[in-house]
Design a protein. Structure first.
Length: 198
């Protein structure tokens, strides 16, 4: 039995569903909102590669390394983006959250904070994770700021760590949150969601 099993997560008008081929059209439309595949520091698929993106995610789920979710609007079912558990290590109860992106029209809204709250709550309170991690491109300053707003600690930088889609080599910035830090971070995230957005 897999440690991370299929689950649907809901809160505040946002639903996370296990990514499947039925999300192909919605995922393509979400990526087209802002032509996100042109951003060199993200993993957003080009329109013609959306199906392969999903198939690769499903293969990684089968191997136990990644579990991808379609992030959707609860009321309409519209696909808003994607996020995943990855680098899943059941033996030490550690996983990372990543492969995250959203349609431009919902960026800087409650969607990302809500999705992270759902994923972190499930990771710490259902799966019993000891550590949840994040990694990002050293030039993805917006995502670094978003991770830091969540309350994660910067662990360091892996230099010359991975290839970008354009063939250049990136440094990877690593973050993590331990289970003992989660209760305070959860309160912080709920506060962020409850305060008026400006």
């Amino acid at each position: 039995m897999a440690w991370v099993e299929p689950v649907t997560l809901n809160a505040r008008g946002v639903t996370l569903k296990p990514l499947s081929l039925e999300h192909e059209t919605g995922l393509r439309e979400a990526a087209a909102d802002g032509e996100l595949w042109n951003i060199r520091v993200t993993s957003v698929p080009e329109p013609e590669n959306t199906r392969k993106y999903i198939e690769d995610a499903l293969a990684m789920r089968e191997s136990g390394h990644r579990f991808a979710f379609a992030v959707t609007e609860a009321a309409s079912g519209k696909v808003l983006g994607c996020s995943s558990y990855h680098d899943i290590v059941p033996a030490i109860k550690r996983l990372e959250i990543g492969w995250t992106w959203y349609a431009k029209s919902v960026q800087r809204s409650h969607v990302n904070t809500t999705a992270k709250l759902l994923l972190m709550t499930h990771a710490f309170e259902t799966l019993g994770c000891h550590v949840v991690g994040w990694r990002t491109d050293n030039f993805n300053f917006a995502f670094q700021a978003a991770i830091e707003r969540l309350g994660a600690s910067k662990d360091g930088v892996l230099r010359g760590h991975a290839l970008r889609r354009d063939g250049t080599i990136r440094d990877t910035v690593m973050y993590s949150l331990r289970s003992g830090e989660w209760p305070e971070v959860k309160v912080h995230l709920l506060h962020l969601l409850d305060k008026p957005r400006t």
